[in-house]
Write a protein that binds this ligand. Sequence first.
Ligand code: 6PG
Length: 471
Amino acid sequence: MNSQVDIGLAGLGVMGENLALNLQKNGWSIALFNRHEEKVQEFLKQHNDPSFTPCTTPEEFCKKLKTPRKILLTVKSGPAVDEMIHLFIPHLEKGDVIIDGGNSDYRHTTRRCHFLEEHGIHYVGLGISGGMEGAQNGASLMAGCTLESWELVKDILFSIAAKKENGEICCMRAGTDGAGHFLKMVHNGIEYAEMQLIAETYALLKHLLRWTPPQLQALYKKWNQTELNSYLLEITADIFSKTEPDGSFTIDKILDAAKQKGTGQWSVQSALEIGTPVPSLAQAVFARQLSSMKEERQRASEILDEVPVSSGNSYHNSFADSIRMAYHASRISVYAQSFQMLKMGAKFYHWDEMQMEDIASIWQAGCIIRSEMLHDIRTAYKNDPALPNLLLSEHFHHTITEYQRDWRITAATGTLQGIPLPGITAALHYYDMIRSTDLPANLIQAQRDYFGYHGFERNDHPRGELFHLNP
Ligand code: 6PG
C-alpha cells in the first residue's frame, strides 16, 4: 500500500468537515476516517477531490499516511478521544503524532500526552476557535506539545490558521501538554463573559428604553464601528435583523434558556484550583445555569413580587450611551481577570512559552472573541510584559476613569429596577476590590480566629506572625 497521504483526519462532524476542506485548500492530501463509515461517503459525494482518501478501518487509515504519521482528531471531547487513540495505537509507530483538535479538558490532554509518551507517540492538544467558518477559512490555533512535536506539525497548523492583514498568523505553541487546551478553555470562559455582557446591555435597552429589534440592530451596528468592534457584537446586530415568515422578530421567539457544553464551567473550576479570581466568568456560567431553570423561574415569578424602590423613572434614549460605557468598562475588567488567570496558569503549570502579548495577538483574528480591544491588550503587554494587571496599563486606566461614572450608574440603575446584571456588577466589583486597600477581610479573619483559633496577622507586625483574639 502506498503511504503517500500527508495527514489523516478522524471524525467528520461539522468541525472535521470544515477542517478537511481547509487542509485541502492549502494543498495537503488527507486520509478520512469516521467511526460511521457512511459519513465519509456523504462527505465525498459533496466534495469529490483526489486530495481526499477515504478509509474504512483504522489500519488502512494509518497505512495510507506518510511517516511520521500525523493524525488530527476532530471528535467530541471526552471518552470518544480516548477511544480513537486506542483504535489507532496498534497501527502507529514511534515518532508518529496525534493532534486532538477538540475542546478537550486540558487535564485530560496532559494525561493523554504522558500516556502516549510511553508509546513514543507525540501528542498535541490543539485548541481551535472560530466555529465552522474559522475551521474552513482560518481559525485561531492554540497548541500544547513538546518542541519536538511542534516541529512536526507547525507547517500544517500555520497553513490552516487565520492570517491577519499584516500577514501575522494566529497560531501559537502555548507550552507543553495541556497548555493549548487550557488557553482555549480560558478563551471560552471569556466568550461566555462577553456574551453575558452583551445580553445584559440588551436587557437594559429592552426593559428600560423599550427598544425594538430594529433599534437594537442599528445601535449594535453603530457600536461595532467604534472601539467596541468585535465579532460577537457584529453577529449580535445581525441577529436582531432576523425575522419570521409573519414578519415578527425571531429573537422574541427564542427560548431564554442558555445551554453550555462545559468549557466555561471548566474555566471557573480551574480558576478556583489555581486560586485566581474570575468573578465575571463565574457569573456568566451561573447566569446560563439560572436561565436554564425556566420552569422554576416561571413559578417564582408568580410569587416573588418586585418591590419598586423608585417610581416614575423614565429613561431617555441618551441612557444608551451610559450602557455603552458600562459595557466597555466591564469588558476591560473581564480581560483583566482573564489575563491574570492566564498568567497564574502559566506559572502554576510551568508553561513559560505562554506570553500574554502572543495570546492577545493570536486572538485578534479567526476566533470567536476577536475584537479591537485585543489590539490594545497586545500593546499593553508589548509595552510591559510584566504588567501586574491590565487595569494598570495607561490606556485601560484612562478608559475606566473616563467611563467609571456611567458604569456605576448603569449597574445601580439595573439593581434599582430589578434587572439582573450579574456580568456588569461582577466586573465592577472586581475593579472595586482590586483597587481597595481597605477590605473588610480583617473581620473575617477575626471571626475565623474566634470560632476556630485559626490566627490572624496584624497590620502593625510583619506578615506571617500569627495572633489570637483570646490568647
Ligand atoms: C469557538 C467556540 C466553540 C464552541 C463553543 C460553544 O471558539 O469556536 O468557543 O468552541 O462554539 O464550545 O460552547 P458552549 O456550547 O459551551 O456555549
